[in-house]
Design a protein around this ligand. Structure first.
Ligand SMILES: Cc1ncc(COP(=O)(O)O)c(C=O)c1O
Length: 394
């Protein structure tokens, strides 16, 4: 059987490869690896959300296909967007998803013929490059530089790229860099999209995880946004529902209608108990969102304090559950550093190269570990003198 050409571009997830390295270390050293790689939140949903899911799962009629979403959930999403982001949405501007990943991967199929372009930030969340590959579209990278606060440099997008691009995928608060976008940037993004007739896919998975005191906004709260794009939002990070798949696409009515048409051929909706849990999460969840944010604040501070004592001075990112840290000068690239760190200390981080070429000199640490794990990692750095030996060899 000959696989299709497009499959040659789809890589095994970097996390699968890291898992192999992890197993090798554990077999050799008989010691558990302290793992800071995967961004799967370890903060559970609120007890009332779990209870709702459990109660609804006892009801036999909830096992039918859920082609049409619950009206009550659509109304609740509309209220949530108004109260949380001051954005008014009609039912035609809302599409329920099995997590936002689903739409990220499928949206290019709506607007891209083979050979059309998709503007993608680099570094990127891996689905942003898998999606164009599936649609056989060309990826047009937009490098994000630390010296520009990891914001897209619109002036660097060439006339040819502008003409070729049908869509652009934009994510702030950004995974993996942890950067946020100021208002002027979003205004510029909307102008750029309008002038060049490019659809904006705005990935807003982390709007509740900002740590400088500011409140994350919706892309749609800016004038003209609904004309040029849609926003994806997620229940995974704010409400701890990553495995109970639930997300939402909101914004441009035409895009939503087209996506619904595609989706009607792909799946039969979100499991009803998960929809009920989503209603419960949105109606009662503001306290849990605040607690989640506080938990990350504590972990970030602890990590910075303990790692710096052990010789790894880390600058905190502004947002998200990730730290985007530069690798020491002594290392050629982030893959080499990651392997050395793992096999010398038993601590695993994600090499920035897994998120594109712009991640060559960075690694990403996901703060989805308990405080205890952070302290243990710092202890291993101390015991092995991993970072101290680098700095004293200068
Ligand atoms: C930037 C970004 N977008 C989308 C997703 C997918 O989220 P969901 O669980 O809603 O599919 C993630 C998950 O880690 C993410 O980091």
């Amino acid at each position: 059987m000959q696989i299709a050409d497009r499959m040659n571009f789809i890589q095994n997830s970097v996390f699968a490869n890291l898992r192999k390295d992890k197993e090798q270390y554990e077999q050799q050293h008989h010691q558990q690896v302290l793992d800071f790689t995967l961004g799967s939140p370890n903060i559970p949903p609120a007890p009332n959300v779990i209870q709702t899911l459990s109660n609804q799962a006892q009801i036999a009629r909830n096992y039918r296909y859920a082609v049409d979403p619950l009206n009550e959930l659509i109304d609740t999403i509309s209220e949530w967007y108004f109260n949380r982001y001051q954005v008014r949405l009609t039912a035609d501007e809302i599409c329920l998803l099995q997590g936002s990943q689903e739409a990220l991967v499928n949206l290019p199929l709506l607007y891209c013929n083979p050979g059309d372009g998709i503007l993608v930030q680099n570094p990127y969340y891996p689905a942003y490059v898998d999606a164009p590959h599936i649609a056989q579209a060309d990826i047009l990278f937009m490098p994000l530089k630390e010296e520009h606060d990891y914001l897209i440099d619109f002036d660097a997008i060439s006339p040819i790229q502008r003409q070729k691009a049908k869509m652009m995928i934009v994510c702030y608060p950004n995974n993996p860099t942890g950067a946020t976008a100021p208002d002027w940037f979003i205004e510029k993004l909307i102008r750029f999209a309008k002038e060049n007739d490019i659809l904006v896919i705005y990935d807003n998975a982390y709007s509740d995880l900002i740590f400088d005191g500011s409140k994350g906004k919706s892309f749609l709260s800016f004038d003209g946004a609904k004309e040029v794009g849609i926003e994806l939002n997620s229940f995974s990070k704010s409400y701890g529902m990553a495995g109970a798949r639930l997300g939402v696409m909101v914004g441009n009515e035409t895009v939503i209608a087209q996506y619904r048409k595609l989706k009607s051929n792909l799946d039969y909706g979100v499991f009803l108990p998960v929809q009920y849990a989503g209603i419960e999460a949105l109606q009662t969840g503001s306290k849990i969102v605040e607690q989640t944010r506080q938990t990350y604040i504590e972990r970030r501070q602890l990590l910075q304090q303990e790692f710096s004592k052990a010789g790894w001075a880390i600058e905190l990112t502004k947002a998200t559950m990730f730290i985007w840290a530069q690798i020491p000068d002594e290392y050629e690239d982030s893959y080499v550093f990651t392997k050395d760190l793992l096999f010398k200390t038993g601590v695993l981080v994600t090499p920035g190269l897994a998120f594109g070429q712009e991640g060559k000199r960075y690694v990403r640490l996901a703060l989805v570990t308990e405080n205890e794990t952070i302290c243990q990692a710092a202890k291993r750095f101390e015991q092995t003198q991993f970072f101290h030996s680098l700095t004293t060899s200068d």
